[in-house]
Write a protein that binds this ligand. Structure first.
Ligand code: ATP
Ligand code: MN
Length: 292
């Protein structure tokens, strides 16, 4: 019944345990490149600065961000940087041509990646800090730079967890400093639409899939924390959950509150699609059916 949206079969034996890998937020190679500023790096930076595509974002990249992009190109993750898919408060998302190392991690025929560049300037660090405290992966938080780097790594780590839990998310590829590389969800011609932007023909089926995604994430120890019709993409008959940077583990002091809010957002979207569902009912279902 849910097959129409390509819901994967759960793989219970692969449920991740609660041991998080240690996340290193010390000085990166990109920081060293930015400090050195040799001729090749300067050329690269000027090329990007001159490119029309980046005009929309004048001044948003600092030297260390340019250095991170430079490193991603050098390391073979990215071949060419494309135009913006989205410019937001916390991050800009660009389309890019996959390098060889990314190609190895993508499916046959896929040639593009999405590049999410977190702002190191205008970001709301106080908000970020609240999502990071209480998470055993980020015991030590330092300055702004470290917080944004930890956040970027957290999004990668959350994508990996979600994927293991069989929730359809963009395939995680790598991070470099404040830049996250992941599978691009869309076609050559256009990015995928958000659930909010499409006319859904069978809301019941879509609801079942989103509900199952919430349950699987919860069973894997995660709560999305910003789940709504804006963070679910509709792509080739699949529903793809994105924007998992703020997702917290179930041990986070506010995890239950976030879960409740996610359930309410999702239920209210589907109510507007004519379904009789409530946030409370969804929350109860997740509690009853999730295994934490
Ligand atoms: P916002 O504040 O607008 O929610 P954000 O900083 O939270 O932005 P995301 O929600 O992760 O960032 O991404 C913003 C937009 O970029 C998405 O709505 C989507 O259109 C596009 N996008 C993000 N990731 C991908 C991806 N992997 N493939 C294709 N498009 C993507
Ligand atoms: Mn978003």
């Amino acid at each position: 019944m849910t097959g129409e949206y390509g819901l994967l079969e759960p793989n219970e034996s692969d449920t991740p345990d609660d041991e998080f890998e240690q996340i290193d937020v010390s000085d990166t190679e990109a920081d060293r490149i930015a400090r050195k500023r040799d001729r090749k790096f300067n050329q690269f930076r000027e090329q990007i600065k001159d490119s029309d595509r980046f005009k929309v974002d004048d001044g948003a990249f600092d030297d260390a961000t340019f250095a991170a992009l430079y490193k991603l190109v050098q390391d073979g993750y990215v071949d060419a940087i494309g135009g913006p898919l989205s410019t937001g408060k916390e991050a800009n998302v660009y389309n890019a041509l996959a390098g060889d190392r990314s190609l190895e991690m993508l499916r046959e025929g896929e040639e593009e990646v999405a590049m999410k560049v977190y702002r190191t300037r205008a970001t709301n660090f106080q908000d970020m800090r609240e999502y990071l405290i209480g998470d055993p992966r980020f015991e030590e938080l330092g300055d702004k730079k470290k917080i944004v780097m930890a956040w970027t790594r957290k999004e990668l780590s959350n994508l990996e967890r979600a994927r293991k839990a069989r929730v359809r998310v963009p395939r995680p590829i790598t991070t470099e400093r404040n830049v996250l590389i992941m599978e691009y969800i869309g076609t050559e011609d256009s990015r995928s639409k958000r659930l909010a932007e499409v006319q859904i023909e069978n809301p019941e089926t879509a609801y079942d899939v989103v509900r199952e995604y919430i349950r699987r994430l919860y069973s894997a120890g995660l709560v999305h924390g910003d789940l709504s019709e804006y963070n679910v993409l509709f792509y080739g008959g699949e529903l793809v959950v994105i924007d998992v940077g703020q997702a917290v583990t179930v041990h986070h002091p506010n995890a239950e509150e976030f879960l409740e809010r996610d359930c309410e957002n999702v239920a209210s979207f589907f109510r507007r699609q004519g379904m009789e569902v409530s946030g409370d009912e969804l929350l109860d279902w997740v509690h009853e059916n999730g295994n934490v």
